[in-house]
Design a protein around this ligand. Structure first.
Ligand code: FAD
Ligand code: NAD
Length: 490
């Protein structure tokens, strides 16, 4: 057991983990005169830049482009024989990742942040061991992120049974892919693999809907769109066991026939075969090897570190931010928590607190989905059914969306607004369709600012843009939509 002494190197703030939580906190602290040491055991940028948000969105964009070009003949763009060169796609994606992580390294260097490679663990509440060296710190921020949750009957082997990280490193695509888990990673990866040309893609989801927790209208549209494209979706389904062989892998799956096929309700099991199975059943806080038991820092019953609105744990000099504190496990939440923890360390009196009215989320499936605030059922549960109003504007009535419809089909999706009937306060916005992730920030700002639906409706939006959809949905909520016919006023 190592012990710290007077001679142990010292830093104002030590940050464990250089993902979007840790590196953002490091830069903000250094901007404000703190001596910062950022410790990373694997790769600067963490999950987000190396094995998550950025590489997956690069692949998703490539797949989307291929799909769009294939459909663009009615527009006069005849792109025949689009061929996927996986080696080039991998090289392109890796170049993007390297440019971004290289840029962050330069920013950290310019701000004077000390970077240490290695795995950090607590020796005592103010000392970390990094390999066989010690570092004392006045404040410590734990930003160690999350890891994929395992599924006991489908142990990941990197070959037949993989997680999202393996998929993003593939140089050869399978012909048949089963995705276990119809959450965010599941639907993004299934859409992406279908677009990149994997002929057979299916999803096995344990609950009655894809994307549990999202607004039901969004869930229904997503299910319809994925199945219309030939992606098989099995809801209320559970993997019982698997068998791997030279030919591939087969799963014995308990299926709810009622939910799956619309027939009489009964439970049965089926055998599904594939070349490869992607396990995407959630992520769990990464606290392994941190030595939290040594210092007596407890985890909650989900294995996460509990923090207050400044990110402080029960040791007031030890902070935790991002995925390691639980959900929603999103990069922008991790970064915002990092900024709040940094602000509190810089000035405990003036520092901003982490208390968002709403955290937006975007799912880069096809159709794209974006959501912020209360879903309709959540709003009804909180305020009562009679207090909730909704307004919906379909992209089929949007000039801009139509002008982007390469195959001349009515654009898929909508903007749905949820409001409080008495106060007209905006409670939630849920969207599906092209580029909706770019629209959700306006809705988030509106909710944060306590805006009413009328505020959204009266704001002049540029034409022709998709952002007009927000204004039109607000007008629809008041039965005043211009571009859709609403026969009766309630
Ligand atoms: P991480 O990014 O996980 O970083 C933690 C870092 O800590 C890692 O680099 C790790 O090596 C390091 N570390 C851990 N333990 C130690 C230790 N003991 N010593 C030193 N270093 C240590 N979110 C979005 O908002 N949008 C998206 O589009 C999106 N797409 C995603 C796609 C995929 C496939 C996945 C898996 C995730 C995606 N996410 C997305 C989630 C997002 O990546 C995470 O929410 C985000 O990275 C969390 O940031 P973090 O800083 O908390 O942790
Ligand atoms: P998730 O929680 O979004 O979804 C997991 C899904 O697996 C759920 O639908 C759950 O019901 C299902 N499931 C659980 N056990 C199952 C079983 N035994 N059989 C079948 N289905 C089962 O988790 P995820 O998709 O793994 O994503 C992990 C985290 O990464 C999420 O917190 C997400 O926010 C984040 N992420 C975000 C983005 C984005 O913002 N665009 C993209 C990817 C990942």
């Amino acid at each position: 057991m190592m012990h710290s002494s007077e001679n142990t190197p010292y830093t104002d703030v030590a940050i464990i983990g250089a993902g979007p939580g840790g590196y953002v906190a490091a830069i903000r602290l250094a901007q404000n005169g703190q001596r910062v040491t950022l410790i990373e055991q694997e790769a600067l940028g963490g999950t987000c830049l190396n094995w998550g948000c950025i590489p997956s969105k690069a692949f998703i964009y490539a797949g989307h482009l291929a799909d769009t070009l294939e459909k663009a003949a009615p527009m006069g763009l005849i792109a025949s024989h689009i061929r996927l060169d996986m080696a080039r796609l991998q090289h392109w994606k890796q170049t993007i990742v390297q440019r971004l992580t290289g840029g962050i390294r330069q920013l950290l260097i310019k701000h004077g942040v000390q970077m240490r490679e290695g795995s950090a663990a607590f020796v005592d509440p103010t000392t970390l061991a990094i390999g066989d060296e010690l570092l004392r710190a006045q404040k410590i921020i734990i930003a160690t992120g999350s890891v994929a949750s395992p599924l006991s009957m489908l142990p990941v082997d990197g070959h037949r049974i993989v997680d999202a990280r393996h998929v993003l490193d593939w140089h050869n695509l399978p012909n048949r892919l089963i995705v276990v888990g119809g959450g965010v990673i599941g639907v993004e990866m299934a859409s992406m693999m279908h677009h990149l040309g994997v002929p057979e893609v299916s999803i096995i989801e344990a609950t009655p809907s894809l994307l549990p927790g999202f607004d039901p209208d969004v869930q229904t549209l997503l299910l319809k769109s994925l199945t219309a494209r030939g992606i098989q979706v099995h809801l209320n389904a559970r993997v019982l066991r698997h068998h791997s062989g030279i030919e591939g892998i087969s799963l014995e799956v308990a299926l709810d026939k009622h939910a799956h096929r619309g027939s009489e309700k009964s439970s049965d099991s089926d055998l599904l075969s594939a070349d490869c199975v992607l396990v995407a059943v959630g992520r769990k806080a990464n606290t392994q090897g941190l030595g939290l038991e040594t210092i007596g820092l407890p985890l909650d019953d989900r294995g996460c570190i509990n923090v207050n609105c400044h990110g402080q744990t029960q040791f007031e000099h030890i902070y935790a931010i991002g995925d390691v504190t639980g959900g929603p496990m999103l990069a922008h939440r991790a970064s915002h928590m990092g900024l709040c923890a940094a602000a509190h360390i810089i000035d405990p009196e003036a520092g901003m607190a982490f208390s968002p009215m709403a955290i937006p989320s975007a799912v880069f499936s096809d159709p794209e989905i974006a959501s912020v605030g209360f879903s309709e059922p959540e709003a009804k549960a909180k305020f009562g059914d009679a207090q909730i109003k909704t307004g919906l504007f379909p992209w089929a009535a949007s000039g801009r969306a139509m002008a982007m419809s390469v195959d001349l089909k009515p654009p898929v999706g909508f903007v749905k607004i949820v409001s409080h009937a008495q106060t007209d306060r905006l409670l939630g916005v849920h969207m599906a369709g092209a580029h909706v992730a770019e629209l959700v920030s306006e809705a988030t700002l509106a909710i944060e600012a306590g805006a009413t639906v009328e505020d959204l409706a009266l704001t002049i939006h540029p034409h022709p843009t998709l952002s007009e959809g927000l204004m039109e949905a607000a007008e629809a909520l008041h039965h005043q939509a211009i571009h859709i016919y609403q026969p009766t006023r309630p």
